[in-house]
Every structure is written in C-alpha cells, then in structure tokens.
Design a protein around this ligand. Structure first.
Ligand SMILES: [Fe+2]
Ligand SMILES: [Fe+2]
Ligand SMILES: [Fe+2]
Length: 288
C-alpha cells in the first residue's frame, strides 16, 4: 500500500509539472484556438491531480504539492509542442508501469481503475499535441514577426505582472492543498472554488505578459501548508491581506488603463476572498 502512495505522489508531481508546462505554453501562444486547446489539456491534468490527491488521502497518505521537472526549453510554439508530446510520452510510460506494479501485488482495483482512466486521457493528449504542432507550424512564422514588431514595454510592468503570477500560483497550490486535507467538507469545497478563481487570475496576468511579448515566470513563493483548519484559514487570510496591499500599490504605479483595470478587478476578488475566509474561520471556531 505504501508503494501505491509513493507512486501516486510521484504521479502528482508530474501532473503538477505538466499543468505548469502546458499553461506556460498556452499563455505564451496567447489568444486563439490552439491556446484554448492547450489550456483545456492543462485542465484535464488539474483533474488528474485532484483525483490522485483524493486517492492518496483515502489511502492515508499526504498529497504532495511538489512539482516535477518542467521543460522550459524550446524557442517557439512548434518546439514547445514537441516538449509537450515528450511529456505525454513519459506520462504514458509511467502510468503503464505504475498500473502493472500495483496490479501485481494486490487488491487495489480502484487505484488501477483510476490510473487507467488517466492513462486514456494522456494518450488522447499526445494525439492532440501532435495535431497542434502541425497547426502551430503554420502560425509560428506569423507570431514571430508580430513579436519583432512589438513596442518596448517597461521592465517594471513585467515585474508587476510576474509578481502577480507568483502570488496567484502560490495561493492556488496553498488553497488546493488545504482543500485536500481540511476535514470540514464545506470549508474544503469553498477553498477549492476560490483556488479556481485564483487560476483565472494567474491566467489573466500571464496572458498579459505573453501578449506584451514577455515570458510569464511560473515560480511560486513559499507555501503555508501545515496546521489545523484554523491555522490554515489564518494563513490564507494573511495571504489575501498582503496581496490586496501589494496590488493596491501597483495599481497606482501602472500607467496603462487596461492593466490598471485588470489589477483592480483582481484586487476586488482578493478582498472578497479575505471576507469569505473570515466568515469560514468564524464558523469553524463556533463549531469547535
Ligand atoms: Fe496529459
Ligand atoms: Fe488572486
Ligand atoms: Fe485571493
């Protein structure tokens, strides 16, 4: 059984890496059908991550928020698709291995069934990425030309947007982990929903970076994972307060009206999160 947990945790790390790798590519490609298709694949991987986490918890293990290796190399969409095809090939091989290993020594048909379900997605993804590689080959030349014509953007703008990406990525992981392990189901569900909202924020900010001709930096800050429900909610509230202050300063600093509006919208969501988490904290404390 411990072996199964170890394998599932390894699979979680790789799903996490795949999500980030694919999102990075989708953001860099920007708007359009291909980017949407890549994002949809990343969403499949998010579902995989959640299913694996739930299975780890069910088996008595701790779901990991660590990330496997992201392949950040490649000079453009066509090369990126080749990296993503390779990632799917590695995933396919690994799931097959894990299915075989878990199948042999037991008695855990539900784990095997889950991994087979995920495996079928990964095979479809590999095909999808191959198709995208062809489509993107045609568009690559066009995109490169547009990037060369791009105006000069202040490095500070990229810094602000990337700080936002970093914050959003951090809280996505933190809230997801909390949603996986918090015993209060209603609190967990709420955190899961707000994590999805933070994914939207990360997407909006990273897409701006891509559209302005930069590269979103997908690195997260330190996560506050430990503690009981109260400690987790307190950490989440602290994160919201801090980022509300930071976004507030940055809105004043930015000159572009669209970027100001984007950050203002995100900041309003963060204020809502702060209030929502405070309500949850009060409810939890009343119950205890
Ligand atoms: Fe996949
Ligand atoms: Fe956010
Ligand atoms: Fe938030």
């Amino acid at each position: 059984m411990n072996d199964a947990i170890t394998m599932l945790r390894a699979d979680m790390r790789d799903e996490h890496a795949a999500i980030i790798q694919y999102l990075q590519h989708a953001y860099a490609i920007g708007e359009g059908e291909e980017a949407c298709e890549i994002e949809a694949i990343a969403r499949d991987e998010m579902r995989h991550l959640r299913w694996l986490a739930e299975m780890v918890v069910e088996l008595g293990g701790d779901p990991t928020m660590e990330r496997g290796e992201v392949d950040g190399s490649g000079a453009g969409p066509v090369e990126w698709m080749a990296r993503d095809i390779a990632a799917e090939e590695r995933a396919i091989a690994q799931y097959k291995e894990h299915i075989a290993a878990i199948d042999i020594d037991n008695d855990n048909p539900r784990v095997v069934r889950l991994l087979k379900r995920i495996l079928s997605d990964e095979m479809a993804h590999k095909e999808a990425f191959s198709g995208l590689a062809e489509e993107l080959a045609e568009e690559a030349a066009k995109a490169e030309k547009a990037a060369q014509q791009g105006e000069t953007i202040s490095p500070r703008v990229f810094e602000i947007l990337n700080q936002g990406v970093r914050h959003e990525y951090t809280v996505i992981l933190q809230y997801l982990y909390h949603s996986f392990v918090i015993p209060h189901r209603d609190v967990g569900r709420e955190l899961d929903m707000q994590a999805i909202n933070e994914m939207q924020h990360m997407g909006w900010l990273a897409e701006e970076v891509g559209e302005l001709g930069g590269h979103p930096r997908m690195e997260h800050a330190e996560l506050t994972l430990e503690g009981d429900t109260t400690a987790m909610l307190e950490a989440d509230i602290a994160a919201e307060r801090e980022v509300t202050r930071v976004y507030g300063r940055q809105i004043k600093e930015l000159e572009d009206a669209d970027l100001k509006a984007l950050l203002t919208r995100i900041r309003e969501h963060e204020i809502y999160h702060d209030e929502l988490f405070n309500d949850l904290l009060e409810q939890v404390q009343e119950r205890e």
